[in-house]
Design a protein around this ligand. Structure first.
Ligand SMILES: NC(=O)C1=CN([C@@H]2O[C@H](COP(=O)(O)OP(=O)(O)OC[C@H]3O[C@@H](n4cnc5c(N)ncnc54)[C@H](OP(=O)(O)O)[C@@H]3O)[C@@H](O)[C@H]2O)C=CC1
Ligand SMILES: CC(C)(CO)C(=O)C(=O)O
Length: 343
């Protein structure tokens, strides 16, 4: 039974980020977590997660309050609405189901109670909800964690959990910044994580794209982690590929009214300690044969930049290479038909 002092939190997606978010929330003692899993459901429901975390230490066989393998249908199951729904899946608008359809059973269109938090990378990811859920407060979760699920239920977190929470704009409701503040307090209560209020979500999302629009696809395409990428060809790949790509994102942000701090490019190049040899999430996805988030990480900033008249040749090439990778995965999964080979 959920204590009346605890907030009910539904987390959808218990991979690298969702599992650590579930752990943080339960450790803090102010939330009771229901975690929806898919491919790792059997492993976790039978054995729990084995977590090796730079923030929490080594935690074997850990489970949150409730683990399920389907999104709760709160109407059919006569469940009270959750206080928060935290979306921790990959956000891939080009592959169904869309995130809107995914949360639908737990989030009726006329919802006003539940606050939705998108703990996902990318630009403008709140926009589809403005149409379908106009009265739902939607928060942005920008995570600088480094975490990976190496096999079902095995989580390795090797970069500390730094999370920025803030309200996405919604002209239909008062800015839900009080919900953002409440969630920050719930999340940081365990004392293991650095969770803060984001004062300017658009700025913070563009800033993180300097990393994600560049290092994620470049590492995924080259098959190199961020440490090896910096070492490659005595730094030439960084100077002639990573830095120009990052500079294009800075220019696109500026043309859209978002001025990023001077030095942000160098800061993002050096963001990970070299010897952590960190695999950005898109590189992990390509290795696992999963779909990638190139539309929100590359496509959206590219479209916004070009609309504002910025030339983005490096990002454009990366975007189309990422599209090719997505198509390759679709073909492997039988989602596209190709003409047969001539004999
Ligand atoms: N990993 C990292 O270090 C960071 C990631 N991010 C961002 O966080 C978000 C989550 O990434 P990450 O945790 O790495 O991703 P993972 O792929 O590790 O985890 C996503 C999880 O969501 C599950 N999922 C997908 N669809 C459903 C569904 N319909 N029902 C239930 N579960 C589902 C996946 O299951 P299945 O295995 O079946 O596909 C998987 O377990 C992304 O937007 C990413 O860009 C941000 C900062 C850092
Ligand atoms: C930069 C990083 C690793 C988080 O800090 C990330 O966002 C990702 O892997 O997609």
């Amino acid at each position: 039974m959920t204590s009346s002092l605890k907030k009910s939190v539904l987390i959808i997606g218990g991979g690298a980020v969702g599992a650590i978010a579930a752990l943080n929330l339960e450790v803090g003692g102010l939330a009771s977590v229901t975690l929806v899993l898919r491919s790792n459901y059997n492993a976790v429901s039978e054995h729990g997660f084995d977590i090796k975390s730079c923030d929490h230490g080594s935690i074997p066989a850990w489970k949150p309050s409730i683990v399920r393998n389907s999104i709760p249908d709160i109407i059919k199951e006569s469940l009270p609405p959750y206080d928060y729904i935290l979306l921790c899946t990959k956000n891939i608008p080009d592959i169904p189901p869309t995130v809107v359809n995914l949360v639908a059973p737990a989030l009726p269109r006329n919802n006003t109670h539940t606050t939705l938090i998108l703990l996902q990378n990318g630009l403008h990811i709140y926009r589809p909800f403005l149409e379908t859920h106009p009265q739902t407060p939607v928060l942005s979760g920008i995570s600088m964690i480094g975490s990976e699920e190496t096999s079902p239920g095995q989580i390795i977190q090797d970069e500390g959990d730094k999370l920025l929470i803030g309200a996405f704009p919604n002209p239909n409701i008062d800015t839900p910044s009080s919900a953002a503040l409440e969630f920050v307090n719930i999340y940081k209560n365990g004392g293991k994580t650095d969770c803060k209020l984001s004062e300017d979500v658009l700025h913070d999302r563009w800033r993180k794209l300097v990393y994600n629009a560049c290092l994620n696809p470049i590492c995924a395409i080259l098959g190199l982690d961020t440490g090896r990428l910096r070492l490659a060809a005595n730094g030439e790949v960084t100077e002639h590929l990573v830095r120009p790509a990052m500079q294009e994102i800075v220019e696109a942000a500026k043309a859209n009214g978002v001025v990023l701090d001077e030095g942000v490019v160098q800061m993002m190049i050096d963001a990970d300690p070299l010897q952590s040899y960190l695999s950005p999430s898109m590189y992990s996805d390509v290795r696992k044969g999963n779909f990638i988030e190139h539309e929100n990480l590359l496509g959206e900033p590219l479209r916004e930049g070009k609309k504002a008249g910025v030339k983005m040749p490096t990002i454009e090439v990366l975007y189309h290479m990422a599209k090719g990778i997505q198509w390759r995965t679709m073909e492997k999964r039988g989602m596209v038909d190709i003409p047969s080979k001539n004999v």
